[in-house]
Design a protein around this ligand. Structure first.
Ligand code: ADP
Length: 623
């Protein structure tokens, strides 16, 4: 299976297909709009921050520059007071004198002390008489500075200040000048201090911002950008250019105009400059410096602010995209969850339907079972009724059987007795009294037999409660065998009773009755048997003495083994048995606390086991 066919990826594809593309497109459009809307404010924020920084730079620059100039402001006045200097101006042609050389040396030491650029003295014609740089190649001595505005101002008694590019040195400087009076007190010359500004400009280059200083005409004369120098920062008018040229402020430097265009960016003034091709836009802050009639400008490139703004907008866009992405993921998860919940609900409904189905099935089955139980109960009742009927029928049958047996048992001796009585009457009439007496004897015997039957029946009917005795089983067996001597005939009896057997608890007459019954049945069973033998054995077994009587007859069939102890159960011919013998015997033994069981010997023949309670030897002695 190819990777993109897996159920998972199918699901994913489905999830992407399921996306509401129209709202997503709307969202993207909204993001673009938001980015566009905020980009201006963001740029404004960064520009404002940059402007604040530029203003701080401006303030610092302004202070440093002004402080630097102020240091030299009073220097010409102080030096102009010097007596030697004033004396020098008393005589014309002073420049050639030895005094002029001494003054130049003096000025050189002052210049070195003050850390100014040059200090020099001019006569009333503007020609330099003495200068601190008198011994250097670009010495001012002999130079004519009458054209400089600071000279004209000072010679007129005022204080001269001027900024210019040195015509001799080519070095930019600020000039402070004061009139020098000769010893007579008349203004005879001018002393000027030139302050170097190159060092300050070099310092500015370490700043990131562009710093320029423009003069009263708007011409750049200090700048961190060398190519902006001596260019008009303000639109230069013709008279402005004329003024500049006339003062030879910038010596022979050509004065041009910078390609400056002013505009607004997010409400802040900016200037655009196109040096070469790359258009650059600057935030501009400026402050006038009245001390020198200058304006200090700080220009901060807006590209940083713009880059930061772009970055911020990109970050905002990215943030929005992440939020939207998370939203989409959340939406998809919620969708999937909803689908899963729906599936679970469907499964639940299905489960409930099945449960209901099964419950209905169970209810049906229950009803069926209830019906079956009712049916079974009805059948049982019918069966019980039938059973009761059968019992009743059985009882009637037993009664009939017993009646037949009884009538036979009694009718036969009665008939015989009648015959004997009839014969006795005839014999007596013949005078044969001996034979008549014999007949009467027979009649008595028959009556005894009937009495015996009556006694049997009495046993069946009620339970005698004669107290039990401790008996010697061997003797009882012998007694029973003696009673049966007539019926035994040719049957061999093997008697195996241990002499030291414990004695038993029983009633002698009833025990002999039991033994006689069982032995008589054994004799009956041997009627057609080839081996006419009965084996009697006794042994001690726990609390009992077990007496077994085995014959070699047909045995008791399993089918009737349970029933032979029932009263009136017999397989013998009518008149031969009442079916009471074993029933009576069983009950007698139960009365003794013993038992009677029947089994079949593996070699054939029935085995009757008579269990009797054994009596302990010491108790035997006591009794
Ligand atoms: P009766 O001897 O009058 O039939 P019993 O209660 O003594 O009555 O015996 C019930 C039945 O038990 C007998 O009819 C006979 O079928 C069976 N029976 C008893 N003893 C034996 C035996 N030793 N061998 C075979 N069958 C026996």
């Amino acid at each position: 299976m190819a990777m993109n066919d897996t159920p998972l990826s199918r699901h994913r594809h489905a999830a992407w297909r399921d996306l509401p593309w129209v709202p997503v497109a709307g969202l993207v459009a909204a993001f673009v709009l938001v980015a566009w809307a905020v980009s201006g404010s963001v740029l404004g924020y960064y520009l404002a921050a940059d402007r604040t920084r530029a203003q701080a730079t401006l303030q610092l620059t302004h202070q440093v520059l002004e402080g630097h100039l102020r240091r030299f402001q009073t220097v010409p006045d102080l030096l102009a007071d010097d007596g030697d200097l004033r004396a020098l101006l008393d005589a014309p042609g002073a420049a050639d004198s030895r005094d002029a050389a001494a003054i130049s040396a003096w000025l050189a030491t002052r210049n070195a002390l003050l850390d100014s650029s040059v200090i020099y003295v001019m006569g009333d014609d503007g020609i330099t008489i003495a200068s601190s740089n008198h011994d250097q190649p670009d010495s001012f001595v002999g130079q004519d500075f009458a054209f400089r505005p600071y000279f004209t101002a000072a010679i007129a008694g005022g204080r001269g200040r001027y900024f210019a590019l040195g015509t001799t040195s080519g070095v930019r400087g600020y000039y402070f000048a004061a009139p020098v009076r000769n010893t007579a007190g008349a203004i005879a010359g001018v002393i000027a201090v030139k302050v170097d500004l190159d060092m300050i400009e070099a310092d500015w280059r370490r700043q990131t911002d562009a710093i320029i200083v423009t003069d009263a005409e708007g011409v750049v004369f200090l700048s961190t950008q060398a190519d902006w120098l001596y260019q008009g920062f303000l639109p230069l008018t013709a008279d402005r250019v004329a003024r500049t040229v006339q003062a030879r402020r910038y010596a022979d430097q050509p004065v041009g105009v910078l390609p400056v265009s002013r505009s607004q960016m997010q409400g802040l003034p900016v200037i655009a400059m196109t040096p070469g091709t790359a258009q650059r836009t600057y935030l501009e802050v400026s402050a006038p410096m009245p001390l020198a009639d200058w304006t200090v400008h700080v220009l901060r490139d807006t590209s940083d602010a713009r880059a930061q703004a772009r970055l911020a907008v990109a970050a905002i866009l990215l943030g929005l995209c992440i939020v939207a992405g998370l939203g989409i993921v959340w939406w998809q998860r919620r969708d999937r969850l909803a689908a899963r919940l729906a599936a679970q609900d469907a499964a639940k409904v299905e489960l409930e339907r099945r449960v209901a189905e099964r419950t209905a099935d169970l209810a049906r089955m229950n009803a069926q079972i209830r019906d079956e139980i009712a049916e079974r109960r009805a059948t049982e009742a019918a069966l019980r009724r039938t059973q009761a009927d059968l019992v009743q029928a059985g009882k009637l049958a037993a009664l009939g059987q017993m009646s037949a047996a009884l009538s036979h048992e009694i009718n036969q001796p009665l008939a015989a007795a009648r015959n004997y009585a009839d014969s006795a009457a005839i014999l007596m009439s013949r005078g044969d009294l001996d034979r008549a007496q014999a007949n009467v004897g027979q009649i008595v015997m028959l009556i005894d037999r009937m009495a015996a039957i009556a006694r049997h029946l009495r046993h069946v009917a009620r339970k005698p409660d004669t107290p039990l005795k401790v008996l010697d089983l061997g003797a009882e067996v012998d007694g029973a065998l003696a009673l049966l001597a007539n019926r035994l005939g040719d049957v061999t009896v093997i008697r195996d009773i241990a002499p030291r057997l414990p004695r038993v608890r029983a009633g002698s007459v009833r025990l002999q009755q039991v033994l006689s019954n069982v032995l008589a049945n054994a004799v009956d069973a041997l009627e057609d048997a080839p081996l006419r033998r009965i084996e009697i054995a006794a042994q001690h077994d726990g609390d009992f003495v077990l007496l077994t009587i085995r014959d070699h007859g047909p045995g008791v069939a399993g089918a009737i083994a349970d029933r032979i102890f029932d009263p009136f159960f017999t397989t013998k011919r009518v008149g031969s048995g009442l079916g009471l013998g074993l029933s009576i015997s069983y009950n007698i033994l139960k009365d003794f606390g013993g038992d009677l069981r029947v089994g079949t010997h593996p070699a054939g023949g029935a085995v009757f086991t008579i269990a009797l309670q054994a009596v302990a030897t010491d108790r035997m002695a006591a009794e």
